[in-house]
Design a protein around this ligand. Structure first.
Ligand code: NAP
Length: 350
C-alpha cells in the first residue's frame, strides 16, 4: 500500500468536493490527480474556480490544477463524485461505462437493486452486489454509493441496536445548512428560523435505512423489516445533523445493554485499520447536555457520530439523540471510507 493511487473528483468545486479535497490531501493510499466540475469552472485554475469555504485551508497541491470537463477521457480509474444530482445520473453512468470506478455521494443510483449502498462498518458484504451490476449493466466499471447524510448519521446509531430486534423507529431531524450545498438556502429564510421541509429527505431516510441494514441473499438486498417514520427540518446550524430518535424492540433490553452496544460498535474499518476509520464510530456521552453541534460535530475528524440522552420512551421503548457531521461522515468521509473498503477487497486498482 506504499504507492498512492491517482484519483479524480467529479464536482470538485462544491461543498462535498471541497471536503473530498481535504480528506484526500494527506491520504496514504489515494492522491487527487484530476478535478472536474461544470462549464462555469472548466479551464480555470482550481483556486480561481473554487470559492473555498472550509475552515481547513485549501491544500496547495490542488490550487494550480486545471478544472476539467466531467467526461471520462483523461480522468483516473477511480473517481469520487460530489456532483449535483441533476447531472450525476448521466455523468456517473458515462464514467462507469468507460471503465471507471465511481464512488458517489449523489442520490441517483442509491436505491437501484444492483448498487451497493455502503456504510463500511455496517454492510461491507453488500459489495457483492457489484457482480450483479456487471451482469445487468455490462459496465466495464463499477458504481457504489453512500446513503444520504441524515441516513448515515442515524443508521450508525441504529446498527448497534439491530441485535435486540429493532422493529420501529420514529425520527425527527435538525439538519445543518451546509447539507443544502452552496449557496443553499437563503439567509433570510434560515436565520432565526426552522424550515419544516427538505425535499425528498424523509422518504430517503425511511427507505435507505432498510436497504443499508438489509441482508444480501441471492444477489439482492432483502430490506431490513424495521419501519422508519421520519420528519426532517433545516435549522440555522452550519455543520452537523442532529436526529431525535425513538425506537421499539421485539424485546426491549435494559438501558445498560444499549449503551454498551453503542460504545462497543465497530466493523471492518476499525478491525483492519482503514486510514479514514474512526476508532469508535459511535460515541455515547453520559452528559445530559450532549451531543451539541458546536462541541461534538468534529469528533474523530468528523467521522464518528455522538449519541446521548438515552431514556425510556412512553410511546415506543427508548429515545436518544444522535449527531454527526453531514459533509464529512455524511458525505466526503463516507465516500473515502467506501473507496478504502474497495481497495482492501481488491476492487480498485491502478
Ligand atoms: P454543491 O456545493 O452545489 O456542488 C455541486 C458540484 O456539482 C459543483 O462542483 C458543481 O460545479 C458541480 N456541477 C453542477 N452542475 C454540473 C454540471 N452540469 N456538470 C458538471 N458538474 C456540475 O453541492 P454539494 O452540497 O457539494 O452536494 C454534492 C452532491 O452530494 C449532491 O448530489 C448532494 O445531494 C450530495 N450530498 C451532499 C451532502 C451535504 O451535506 N452537502 C451530503 C450528502 C450528499 P461548479 O462549481 O462548476 O458549478
Amino acid at each position: 500500500m506504499s504507492e498512492r493511487l491517482d484519483v479524480g473528483i467529479l464536482g470538485a468545486t462544491g461543498t462535498v468536493g471541497q471536503e473530498l479535497i481535504v480528506a484526500l490531501a494527506t491520504h496514504p493510499w489515494f492522491r487527487v490527480a484530476w478535478v472536474g466540475a461544470s462549464e462555469r469552472s472548466v479551464g480555470k485554475r482550481y483556486a480561481d474556480a473554487t470559492p473555498w469555504r472550509l475552515r481547513t485551508p485549501r491544500p496547495d497541491a490542488v490550487a494550480e490544477m486545471v478544472v476539467e470537463e466531467c467526461v471520462p477521457v483523461t480522468a483516473p480509474r477511480l473517481v469520487f463524485s460530489g456532483l449535483d444530482s441533476t447531472v450525476a445520473g448521466e455523468v456517473e453512468a458515462a464514467f462507469a461505462t468507460a471503465g471507471h470506478t465511481v464512488v458517489s455521494n449523489a442520490r441517483n443510483y442509491r436505491m437501484d437493486a444492483d448498487v451497493p449502498l455502503l456504510i463500511p462498518e455496517i454492510n461491507p458484504d453488500h459489495l457483492q452486489l457489484l457482480e450483479e451490476q456487471t451482469r445487468v449493466r455490462q459496465w466495464p466499471g463499477k458504481l457504489v454509493a453512500n446513503p444520504n447524510c441524515s441516513t448515515i448519521v442515524m443508521t450508525l446509531a441504529l446498527a448497534p441496536l439491530c441485535q435486540f430486534g429493532l422493529t420501529h423507529v420514529m425520527v425527527s431531524t435538525l439538519q445543518a445548512v451546509s447539507g443544502a450545498g452552496y449557496p443553499g438556502v437563503s439567509s433570510l429564510d434560515i436565520v432565526g428560523n426552522i424550515l419544516p421541509h427538505i425535499d425528498g429527505e424523509e422518504s430517503k431516510m425511511e427507505s435507505e435505512t432498510q436497504k443499508v441494514l438489509g441482508a444480501v441473499t441471492h444477489g439482492r438486498v432483502v430490506p431490513h423489516e424495521v419501519v422508519v417514520s421520519a420528519q426532517t427540518t433545516r435549522v440555522p446550524v452550519i455543520n452537523g445533523h442532529t436526529a431525535l430518535i425513538s425506537v421499539k424492540f421485539e424485546t426491549p433490553p435494559p438501558p445498560g445493554d444499549i449503551i454498551r452496544a453503542f460504545r462497543d460498535f465497530s466493523g471492518r474499518p476499525q478491525a483492519e485499520q482503514f486510514p479514514t476509520a474512526p476508532c469508535h464510530p459511535v460515541c455515547y456521552l453520559d452528559d445530559p447536555n450532549r451531543p451539541q453541534p458546536k462541541l461534538d460535530v468534529d469528533r474523530e475528524g468528523g467521522m464518528a457520530v455522538t449519541v446521548g440522552r438515552l431514556r425510556e420512551c412512553p410511546v415506543l421503548d427508548y429515545k436518544f439523540i444522535v449527531l454527526g457531521h453531514n459533509t464529512v461522515r455524511g458525505a466526503a468521509g463516507a465516500a473515502v471510507l467506501n473507496a478504502e473498503l474497495m481497495k482492501v477487497d481488491g476492487l480498485v486498482s491502478i
